[in-house]
Design a protein around this ligand. Structure first.
Ligand SMILES: NC(=O)c1ccc[n+]([C@@H]2O[C@H](COP(=O)([O-])OP(=O)(O)OC[C@H]3O[C@@H](n4cnc5c(N)ncnc54)[C@H](OP(=O)(O)O)[C@@H]3O)[C@@H](O)[C@H]2O)c1
Length: 334
């Protein structure tokens, strides 16, 4: 089978497909025949060596495919079932803790950049019948994080306002879920063309973060000086400052990323004086992934897919992601 294993000092230029024997599932495990994966910013940090991982690690946290074999003691699944994997394969339910968060697919545990992988049976969730493998492969990181941000942790109510930065995979899911929940959506993006697409998807207000360096103030002014109830923060150099400025007094900024090269600016005075609550979240549990799928199917929401690449072109797929030209998810087909 084909497999990608990371070098000791990985870069995009060292990504290469090699061959390996198909593994055998142990007790409680299943063998998965992968059909699709999708790229996340976290995967880029791993494959480019910005998050150190063990030599030989198999990257990619998203994966969807069919069960090819069951290990001893596995029940509830049948060979041929269409399933998706989990970002945290040991986080089945309940709150995050050191134990259930200690395996991360594609970082501290092997991920999905292979034709076959062995995974814990309990980490899998079913794919809706009419969904493609590519669509399912967009959910375990980006889709689930959007769900946890808004619903599982955010506990938003219809009429609340939310700020979503950019048009990447995570934020488009958040936009779709927020729209279905009746929220007022503020989006930011870097181009007029993407702004048009965000508007078409239901964004109520859009700010170009390249053209408006003080976008946080613009957003607060646009809400009558009050600010937005819930803000997603992806950790750009000065984006936290703008997120705090855009936020309602007593509102919440949820940090999901650290994309800044170097130390991001921290507006601590504003956080204190405006009573801003700052939370961090990392993806979610298998149970929350099931809840997400139920919500998406009930509301007829399908993932926004930008482009497909074959497994052999993983490095090109990441270069495309880095170009920022994408709108939605970048898929790897197996
Ligand atoms: N903690 C978690 O559980 C979790 C899970 C998933 C993702 N994340 C984080 O969320 C972020 C996005 O991830 P992704 O996988 O969705 O990435 P992605 O698909 O590559 O999208 C990144 C998008 O971010 C937008 N962007 C970049 N700089 C920005 C800025 N200064 N202000 C506003 N938007 C900006 C761009 O949107 P435009 O092209 O529209 O300008 C870009 O397309 C990353 O920081 C990632 O680490 C965290």
């Amino acid at each position: 089978m084909r497999i990608i294993r990371l070098a000791a000092q990985p870069t995009l230029d060292t990504l290469a497909v090699t061959r390996a024997a198909i593994p055998t599932p142990g007790p409680g495990e299943v063998l998965l025949r992968l059909r699709g994966s999708s790229l996340n910013f976290h995967d880029y940090l791993v494959v480019a060596g910005h998050i150190p991982v063990a030599e030989g690690r198999v990257p990619l946290s998203d994966g969807a495919g069919e069960i090819a074999a069951l290990g001893p003691g596995v029940s509830g699944w049948t060979v041929g079932d269409r399933v998706m994997g989990a970002f945290f394969p040991r986080w089945i339910d309940g709150p995050p803790n050191r134990t259930n968060n200690n395996a991360i697919s594609g970082e501290t545990a092997d991920g999905f950049a292979a034709d076959h992988v062995v995974v814990p049976a309990a980490s899998l969730t079913p794919i809706p019948d009419d969904w493609s493998f590519a669509e399912a492969a967009t959910l375990p990181c980006a889709g689930l994080t959007a769900w946890r941000f808004l619903v599982a942790e955010g506990q938003v109510q219809a009429g609340d306002s939310v700020l979503l930065p950019g048009s990447g995979g995570l934020c488009l899911f958040a936009l779709q879920i927020a729209k279905a929940l009746g929220l007022t959506i503020w989006s930011t993006t870097s181009s007029d063309a993407k702004a048009d697409r965000l508007r078409a998807m239901g964004a109520d207000h859009i700010v170009n973060y390249r053209a408006d360096a003080a976008g946080g103030e613009t957003i607060r002014a646009g809400t009558g000086g009050e600010g937005v109830d819930l803000v997603l923060e992806i950790g750009g150099q000065s984006s936290f400052v703008q997120s705090v400025r855009a936020c309602h007094m007593g509102g919440k900024v949820v940090v999901v990323g650290t994309t800044a090269n170097g130390a991001p600016e921290l507006p601590l005075g504003d956080v204190v004086m405006r009573n801003i609550r700052v939370d961090g979240i990392a993806v979610g549990s298998v149970a929350q992934q099931r809840d997400l799928v139920a919500f998406l199917t009930a509301h007829d929401i399908r993932p926004v897919i930008d482009r497909h690449f074959p497994l052999e072109q993983l490095a090109d797929a990441f270069r495309y992601q880095l170009s920022g030209a994408h709108f939605g998810k970048i898929i790897l087909d197996f």
